[in-house]
Design a protein around this ligand. Structure first.
Ligand code: PLP
Length: 367
């Protein structure tokens, strides 16, 4: 099998996996208990929080463990609270877009920033959308479909000029490009472990010290009383190891996946197919989003699947209609190309052989 869908999820880091086992089998205690048996798990969470914080330039008490990117995004948007005004972009993940809809249901107001044909948000339009009720501006670091990286520090600066909080959904970026929360100037940042070779169902929200927040999950005193529930110790430990391992080799991994992308692109250009490569030049490493003229993305996905290759599409098929994704729609890909959109996303475990297999399969299907 060739797995080229690393934007959907990544393979668990083997060291992270090994580190989970003791906390599932032996040191299984509830970290909140006062007896000495719980010391090991309590210490492990403390160390994991320190490691995560170090990887993004934060302080440990600014890291709040969540169940993943979706929860972190929900929490960030709900910090704006009912009645507040949020500004976000048209190409966010549904974890943000649907949280915004929920906010509107309880009396909040949401404004959307448009993007250009590369998927870069309209920075100049931001100031005109800010009003006295604006509490939060949320723009994703890198888009999950087309990979475009946004001018985050510029956007955060505008937000702060108007006394608004700034959140970024960095789920596709953390562990793949260098992230320093101070350099970015963000107040809130979402991350998800399974996107950086950690386990599924675990993530974190960075919340800058001094940010006015209220508990997201009410209950016990875990996560400083802001997100209650007995901690998933094994996954927290594994998340920290996976992140550290990725961050220590970030340049090496970036160079590797850029080389894989280039190999794929030159093979595709040689095939002389009619296609558009979506996204900006400043994009997340490994992302190749392509719209082929007069092809069906869904059909390509299934035919590649039959040949043992996992990729993704830019559309969701409901059996009757093939719907173009909101991202492909927002960047204005022409209709005869849009429905032929696929996303190939390479990760550190892919090889030149994987690229060649994908190219061979595409040659068989498309020529
Ligand atoms: N945000 C972005 C940009 C994503 O790509 C994803 C997952 O695909 C999420 C949020 C949701 O993350 P999770 O799967 O951890 O809930």
């Amino acid at each position: 099998m060739v797995y080229a869908d690393n934007a959907a999820t990544t393979k668990l880091d083997i060291e992270a996996f090994a580190a989970m086992k003791p906390f599932l089998l032996d040191a299984f205690s509830n970290p909140s208990q006062p007896y000495s048996f719980s010391r090991t798990s309590k210490k492990a969470i403390k160390e994991a929080r320190e490691t995560i914080a170090m990887c993004i330039g934060a302080d440990p008490e600014e890291i709040f463990i969540t169940s993943g990117g979706t929860e972190s995004d929900n929490w960030a948007i709900k910090i704006a609270s009912c009645g507040g005004h949020v500004i976000t972009s048209a190409i966010e993940h549904h974890a943000i877009l649907n949280s915004c809809i929920a906010l509107e249901r309880c009396g909040g107001k949401v404004s959307y920033l448009g993007v250009d044909s590369r998927g870069v948000v309209d920075v100049t339009a931001l100031e005109s959308k800010i009003d006295t009720s604006t509490r939060l501006i949320s723009v994703m670091f890198a888009n999950n479909e087309i990979g475009t990286i946004q001018p985050i520090s510029q956007l955060a600066e505008i937000a702060h000029k108007h006394n608004c909080l700034f959140h970024t959904d960095a789920v596709q970026a953390v562990g793949h490009v260098k992230i320093d929360v101070h350099e970015l100037g963000v107040d809130l940042l979402s991350a998800s472990a399974h996107k950086f070779n950690g386990p599924k169902g675990i993530g974190f929200l960075y919340i800058k010290k001094g940010t006015n927040i209220f508990p997201f999950v009410d209950g016990g005193g875990q996560e400083s009383g802001y997100r209650a529930g007995t901690e998933n110790v094994a996954s927290i430990v594994a998340m920290a190891i996976a992140l550290k391992n990725n961050c220590e080799h970030i340049n090496e991994h970036m160079n590797k996946v850029y080389a894989l992308e280039n190999r794929l692109m030159s093979g595709l250009y040689d095939m002389k197919l009619d296609f558009i490569r979506n996204g900006a030049d400043m994009r997340i490493p490994g992302n190749v989003n392509l719209s082929f003229r007069d092809f069906e993305g869904e059909s390509l996905l299934h035919r590649l699947d039959l040949m043992g290759i996992c990729i993704s599409t830019g559309s969701a098929c409901d059996g009757v209609n093939t719907q173009i994704s909101h991202v492909i729609h927002a960047i204005g890909v022409p209709d005869d190309y849009a429905k032929g959109t696929i996303r190939i996303s390479f990760g550190k475990d892919n090889s030149n052989d994987d690229v060649d297999e994908i190219l061979n399969a595409m040659r068989k299907i498309m020529l």
